[in-house]
Design a protein around this ligand. Structure first.
Ligand SMILES: *Cc1c(COP(=O)(O)O)cnc(C)c1O
Length: 360
């Protein structure tokens, strides 16, 4: 059965209407290349308005580039960067942060529900302070986290205090920053520069844009020569206006928050439904647009057989269900109906063959 939409990833969604219109508008006449166009300028101005500060803005092709190039600008090769064990930076970037920073060590910090704590950060810093181990220089936080949870403003303030104490720069991976802002209902500044974030990787690909992430420097010193770093890494878009234009429409009309709030709402609906199914329980609190649930492997295999697509990379039986800007209540209810039926009949389901449950 072919389903029009699925729960595999929020990046499986298409381009939202606002971004599509922007691309059509930007596709008129000629415009200068490499970011000297009016769309890029306007997108950067709108970002400064949204964050209510005079930050520096650069556009790159994706989140891996945004994260690894911005982390490289915080560190020298003999430094280390702290991140959560489940961070995209560690798990899903093929070593790009280490590569672009010429060998900076990425050090893992454990923490419940995908979040680091000030204590976790401090003990990682203090574990080794001798000359034979890299010196910790930066910490990177994901907001919303890879496990669908959020850092509350007070948690960010506490991390800021420990970062200040140990002279750590703070980077934020905001691939789902919009989902965090929509859920927390705070001004973007309250969870970024006001709590010491030096650099934000702001992604919109999972929220309706076609391609391209913004790298936002609240700390101007770190932005020094960043355009050369981007160019050398192959991240300076020649027709930059097609990366920037969607941002103009998404930000100007508030669509970035509307779409994110919708995705969060669909995930809340899904989480509520799952909580009502006997025998199921969420693995982490649902705080953004992802729902994580432990499922019997036979049920996972049966869902895959009838055409539902989702990933199960959080240990044996852990399913990740992502909602996006275009997920409908009917999509959610259809999945819940199938899940309810399969759970009720799970004893009769065939045991999956080894390797049948796809892992990433
Ligand atoms: C999707 C994602 C990114 C960006 O990934 P790219 O595929 O490189 O655009 C970064 N961080 C997190 C947490 C993500 O989920």
């Amino acid at each position: 059965m072919k389903r029009p939409r699925n729960f595999a990833s929020d990046n499986n969604s298409g381009i939202c209407p606002e971004a599509w219109t922007a691309l059509e508008e930007a596709n008129q006449n000629h415009a200068p290349g490499y970011g000297d166009d009016r769309w890029t300028k306007q997108a950067a101005d709108l970002i400064r308005e949204v964050f209510e500060t005079d930050c520096e803005v650069f556009f790159v092709f994706n989140g891996t580039a945004a994260n690894s190039l911005s982390l490289a600008s915080t560190c020298r090769s003999y430094h280390s960067i702290l991140c959560h064990e489940n961070a995209h930076v560690e798990q899903d970037e093929c070593g790009a942060p280490e590569f672009f920073s010429n060998g900076t060590k990425v050090q893992l910090v454990p923490g419940a529900n995908g979040r680091m704590t000030p204590q976790g950060i401090e003990s990682a810093v203090l574990k080794r302070t001798d000359l034979h181990f890299p010196k910790t220089r930066a910490v990177t936080l994901t907001q919303a986290t890879e496990l669908g949870t959020l850092y509350q403003p007070a948690q960010l303030q506490a991390i800021h205090r420990v970062a200040k104490k140990h002279e750590l720069k703070i980077h934020m991976d905001g691939a789902r920053f919009a989902n965090a802002v929509a859920q927390l209902k705070v001004a973007p500044k309250e969870i970024t520069w006001k709590v010491g974030v030096d650099i934000l990787s702001f992604g919109c690909t999972k929220n309706g844009a076609p391609v391209g992430d913004a790298v936002i420097f609240f700390n101007h010193d770190l932005a020094r020569e960043f355009e050369w770093r981007c160019k050398q890494a192959g991240q300076l878009a020649s027709k930059m206006r097609f990366i920037a234009a969607p941002w103009v429409h998404l930000l100007r009309e508030g669509a970035w928050l509307r779409h994110a709030a919708h995705a969060n709402k669909m995930a809340a609906r899904l989480a509520r439904g799952i909580n009502r199914i006997r025998g199921l329980k969420l693995m982490f609190p649902r705080q953004a647009n992802g729902v994580f649930v432990e499922l019997p492997v036979a049920v996972i295999a049966a869902l895959h057989r009838i055409g539902w697509h989702f990933y199960t990379f959080i240990g044996e039986g852990g399913a990740r269900l992502m909602c996006s800007w275009d997920t409908t209540p009917e999509d959610v209810d259809d999945l819940l109906a199938d899940l309810t039926e399969l759970m009720a009949n799970r004893k009769k389901l065939p045991a999956p063959k080894p390797g049948q449950v796809q892992n990433h």
